[in-house]
Design a protein around this ligand. Structure first.
Ligand SMILES: *Cc1c(COP(=O)(O)O)cnc(C)c1O
Length: 392
């Protein structure tokens, strides 16, 4: 490997850049996970996660990746043979349905254009299909589909579902939306929200977090899918005492403590406004380049990442390789069916205006070097947009 001076640009939509403060917190010596100091940390973290999920109900923290949390949501609320509903939102939505199938759930996957956000109507149409709709026990949705850069209006869906009176549980993946855009677990009527540490929360990979409503806890009482490690009962019982039923990822928990402090210091509304500005500036650049956003509707284009299609006959991974080799920047690849067709610019987590400008400059130079047909001026367009947000 060639040596690159300066800092690597990790502009993936996860894992994201870990701030210095969090790195320092991670490097503290590991303590007794049953000792008095640890027993003060646990309740502070659970309270912090309640604040981030905007919930007053149960929250859980596990040492696992986001995919583990998918499993956690299912095994705690459902029984073998239960029917669950999902839509073709993209790579992560299908990942979750694969887990559901492995556990013997009956998964109904409805077709959907992954370039658009899911609508309440699409869901209600299925739920209102008579007996077939009545049988649905849970709906699995992805808030921000990281493979497509399309955000779904979960608030509207939550409201429509509650108004319909249908008893299905609403399970939502917020892995790449939590701490990057508005999310209200309680107000939106979500039953289980799952997320991970390595995206908006800015920790390295390794923790997953889960919020569960009272309805979800009630479902847990009669759910019969096999569960052990993920069982909410043990977790609740031990968390009550300030500890975990196993050896927790102590150092990642230090990091979480610091990351939550940083989010509080910045203020969640400022965090979300920053992400919105970065999303808009990036889209302004893509437009100026005359490239195509994967998201068809600007309103649904994600503020956490931007998925950009490359023209026919060009390979997005060749572009990514040149950008990595020449400018030491990692961009997200096309996942699943989109491999080679698009690249993804991550703009969530710990970054500022100049980090984003450097990122966009790297993309613009990469486009020129690889001969991908485009117009110049994307960086200039992003700067122009960004300056509107700067108050002198
Ligand atoms: C990253 C991601 C996941 C998977 O998380 P892992 O930590 O890689 O297991 C799930 N859902 C979405 C939307 C994601 O962005």
């Amino acid at each position: 490997m060639t040596y690159h001076s300066g800092r690597h640009f990790l502009q993936l939509p996860g894992p994201t850049n870990t701030p210095e403060r969090v790195l320092r917190a991670l490097s503290k010596p590991t303590i007794d996970h049953r000792g008095p100091e640890f027993k003060e940390l646990t309740p502070r973290l659970l309270e912090g996660m309640r604040w981030l999920f905007r919930t007053e109900q149960a929250v859980f923290i596990y040492p696992a990746s986001g995919s583990g949390a998918w499993e956690c949501a299912l095994v705690n609320t459902l029984s073998p043979g239960d029917k669950v509903l999902s839509f073709q939102q993209g790579f992560f939505a299908s990942g979750w349905t694969n887990v559901a199938r492995s556990y013997g759930l009956e998964v109904q996957v409805e077709p959907w254009d992954p370039r658009r956000g899911l609508t309440p109507e699409a869901i209600l149409n299925v739920l209102e299909e008579g007996e077939r709709g009545d049988e649905i026990k849970a709906i699995l949705l992805v808030h921000n589909e990281t493979s497509t850069g399309v955000t779904t209006d979960i608030k509207a869906i939550g409201r429509a579902l509650r108004e319909s009176g249908h008893p299905a549980l609403l399970l939502v993946d917020s892995v790449s939306s939590l701490a990057a855009m508005d999310y209200f677990h309680d107000d939106w009527g979500i039953d289980v929200t799952i997320s991970g540490s390595q995206k908006g929360i800015t920790l390295p990979p390794g923790l997953c977090v889960v919020a569960a409503s009272a309805r979800a806890l009630q479902a847990h009482d009669s759910a019969r899918l096999p569960r052990s490690y993920w069982d909410w009962s043990a977790q609740l019982e031990f968390n009550e005492q300030g500890v975990f039923p196993y050896t927790p990822a102590t150092n990642l928990l230090y990091g979480l403590d610091e990351a939550l402090s940083m989010l509080r210091e910045e203020g969640l509304s400022n965090v979300f406004a920053r992400h919105a500005e970065f999303g808009e500036a990036t889209r302004a650049a893509v437009q100026a380049w005359d490239l195509e956003l994967f998201a068809l509707n600007l309103r649904e284009a994600s503020n956490a990442l931007t998925a950009v299609l490359v023209p026919e006959g060009y390979n997005a991974d060749d572009l990514r390789a040149v950008i990595l080799n020449r400018f030491d920047m990692s961009l997200g690849t096309g996942l699943g069916d989109f491999k080679g067709d698009l690249f993804r610019i991550g703009h969530l987590g710990d970054l500022n205006r100049l980090t984003l400008m450097g990122t966009l400059a790297g993309v613009e130079m990469g486009l020129a070097l690889t001969g991908v047909p485009h117009s110049q001026g994307g960086v200039a367009a992003a700067m122009k947009h960004m300056m509107k947000g700067v108050i002198l």
